[in-house]
Design a protein around this ligand. Sequence first.
Ligand code: NTF
Length: 803
Amino acid sequence: MDLSKRKFKDDYKKMMTEVYSMDISEAEPTEQFFVLGNLVRTYSSKNWSHTNQVYVENKQKQTYYFSMEFLLGRMLKSNLLNLGILNTVRDGLYDLGIDLETIVQMEPDPGLGNGGLGRLAACFIDSMATSEIPGHGNGIRFKYGLFKQKFVNGYQVELPENWLQNGNVWETRKMHAAVTVRLYGKVWLEKTASGVLEPHYEGAQKVLAVPYDTAVIGYKNDVVNTLRLWSAEVPAQDESTDYWSFIHQRNQIESISEVLYPDDSNYEGRLLRLKQEYFFVSAGVQSIIRHYKKMRVPMLHLAEKVAIHINDTHPALSVPELMRILLDEEKMDWEHAWNVTVNVMSYTNHTIMSEALEKWPIDMISTLLPRIYQIICEIDRRFTMKMSTLFDPSIVERTRIIECGHVKMAHLAIIGSHSINGVAQLHTTILKEKVLHDFYLIYPSKFNNKTNGITQRRWLMLANEPLCNLINRKIGNDWETTPTELKMLKAFRDDEKTLIELAKIKHQNKERFAKHIQKTMGLVLNPDAIFDVQIKRLHAYKRQLLNLLHILSLYFQLKDHPEADLHPRVFIFGAKAAPSYTYAKQIIKLINSVADLINQDTTIKEKLKIVFVENYGVSLAEKIIPAADISEQISLASKEASGTSNMKLMLNGAITLATLDGANVEIRDRVGSNNIIIFGLREEEVYQYYHDGSYHSKSYYDRNPVLRRVLNALIDGTIPDAEAEGRSVFDSLVYYGDEYFVLRDFDAYSAAQKQIDQLYRDTLKWQRMALINIAGAGTFSSDYTVQQYASQIWDVFSRIRDI
Ligand code: NTF
C-alpha cells in the first residue's frame, strides 16, 4: 500500500487519541503496540473486504486448510512487511520517539501449535495469500496456547500461557456467523413417506461455535485471506435452565476451546481431544456450506467450488461431517454425497510414527458423536464390501476403518479423500512402500508428494535483515516473489568480498544472540565459537541424545588434553517435551545437568558451552536461526517426515549436519554433497535391521571405549544431580535395545563433527558453503509448496511461476 511517513504519523497520533484519549508521549509500549495493531487493521480492512467480494463475485473456488494448529508467531512485523510499510512505519515511529523493536516485543506470541505441523500451517496461509490462492485457515481459538516452559533445577515445568489476557488486536468476533455443533444424545433413523431414511435426534448437547477471524495479508499484492478460529460457547438459554446446571454446562462447553494438547508426534485418546476435533471440523464444514449456498450453485457441484484440506488426521472427521450434511440436511443420496465428499477432501500425512496415529475407541466415538459414528460404519461397510471383490481379504482387513474396537482416523482420511500426500520425497516413498502400502495398492493414483516449505518473508526478510540487505545488494530483490532467484547468489561463490561480508553478518547475528543470552541467562558466549544449533521438539527419534553424548565425548577429550586442538563450540538447544513424555523430560534434565557441569568447568578454557534456552517457540527461533553455524538434523533415517527447521537454517546460511532423512535428502540434492555434512544409517539400513533383528546396542557399549566412558558418565555420578535420569537413559540405550540406534550412529556422528571442526577454520570455504546453501534454499519456499497443492490437489486458481 502507499503510505507516506507523514500520513502514518498523523494516523498514529489520531488512533492514539481515539483508542486511549492520550498523547503518544504518555503511552506505555503495550499501548503503543495496541494502537499500531489497530492502525494496521484499518490499513488492511479495505483489501480484506475487497478480496472477499471478488471471491464471491467470481464464484471462485475456495480452499479451506483445516488444522488443529496454527503456530503463527507474532504478527505485527509480518503484517507491516506484507503491507509494504515496514520501513515507513519504523521511520515514522522513530520520529515520534518510539522504537519499533521495543513495541514488537509487547505482542504475545500465540503458541497455537506444537511444532513443525502447526508452523507449516502458518507458513501455508501466509504463502496462499501471497500466491493469490483463495485459501483460508480453519482451526480452534485456544484460550491457552502451548504451555510456557520453565526450567526448575534443570527439570521442565509447565506453566499456562495466557496469550489472550490483554486481548488480541488481530481478531474480529463474528457473532452472526456462529453455528451450532451437536454432541452426545440419541439418534435413530426413520423412513419418510417417500421411503428415505431420516435421522431423528434426542437429547443432544448443543455447543455454540463462534468464529474469530484474522486477516491473512498477502505480500504486497492487496490480497487478504482469512484465518477462522472457533471458540466454544454456551448457546442462549431458555427460561427454564437453572443457574447451577448452567454453570456446570458452561464449564464443560468452554473447556472445548481452552487448551491445545501439548503432544507432538504422539497421541493420547482423550475424550476432550475428540470433542475438539469434531467441534472445529463441524463448525468449519457448516460455515463453508452456509457460504456456498449463498452462491446458489447446486450442492452436487460443491467440489467445483470448495476444497477442504485435512492437515494430519486431527480433522479427519470432516469426511463423515460433510456426508452428514449432504445426506441429512441436503437430502442427497449416498453415492452422490460420497462422490462429492471425496472430491472435496484431501489429506496430508505428517508422520510414520505409529504412536502418532490416531484411533478412537468405538464406545467413545459412538457416545459422543452418534450420527457421525453411524456414517463411519456405513463408509466402512461399503469400503469393505467393494474392496473384498477386488483385493485379498487380508488387505481389506488391514485397510478398513473400524478394527479391533477402534476407528482408525488415517484410514478414514485416506478412504474419504481424493489425494494423500507425504511431506518430503523420502517420506512419501516410505508411505507408499511401507506404512501405507496396502492403501497404495488400492489407490495408487491418490498418492503424491508435496515437500514442505517455509516462508522466506518471516524466516529471512524479518528474522535476518542484514543478510536480506546483502542479498538485495548483490542480486536485487526478485527473489522476494520468486525465491528460486536466490540461485543468482552462486555467481558470488568465489567472490572473497561477498564471502567476508557474509561472515561479518553471521558474526553480528551471533553477537546479537550472545547479548540476548547474557541478558536472559547470564551466560557469556564467545561469538567466534561455532554456534551449533538443535531446535525442535524433544523426541527420542530426533536424537538430541546423540548430540549430548558427543558433547560429553568432547568434554572428556578436553579434560584429558586441555590443549587439544578443538575449535570453541557453543551448543544451542531449544526444545519442549510433552508433559506426559517422561523419557523426553529426562533428556531435558540431563542436557541441563551436563550444561551445568561443562559451563562451570574453567579447566576446559571456555572451549565448550551449552545453552538450553527456556520456552523455545517462534519468537526465539527468529533470534537463534540467523546466528546458527550448524543445523543439527540428526533424526534416525526414516523417522522425520520432513523437518522444516532444516530449511529455515539453511536459508540463513547454516551448514546442515544431517542423516539422510526427511527433506534433508532434498537439501543434499539441491546443494550437493560438498555443502552438507551427511552421516549415519540410511533408511534402508534401518529397515534391514528391523528385518533381521541384528542390532545389539550393548555390543557398541562393550567395544567402543569412548562411547563406554560417555555412557558410564550417565551413571557414575560424573553428571551432577541427575542419577535417576542418567540411569534411565543408560538402560534404554545399553540394555533396552536403543530404539533409535543412537549408539550405532555415534562414531559416524563424531567423525562428521570432527570434519566440521576442520572445515570451519577455513572461513572462505565455510562461507562459500553457506552461500551455496542460501542460494539453494529458494526451492523450499512454501510459496511453491502451496502453489503445487493449489494446482495438483485443490485445483484452485493460482499464479504458478516457473521453478
Ligand atoms: C511433523 N509431524 C513432522 O514430524 C515433521 O517432520 C514435519 O516437518 C512436520 O510435521 C510438518 O510436515 C507432526 O508433528 C505429527 F504430528 F504429525 F507427528
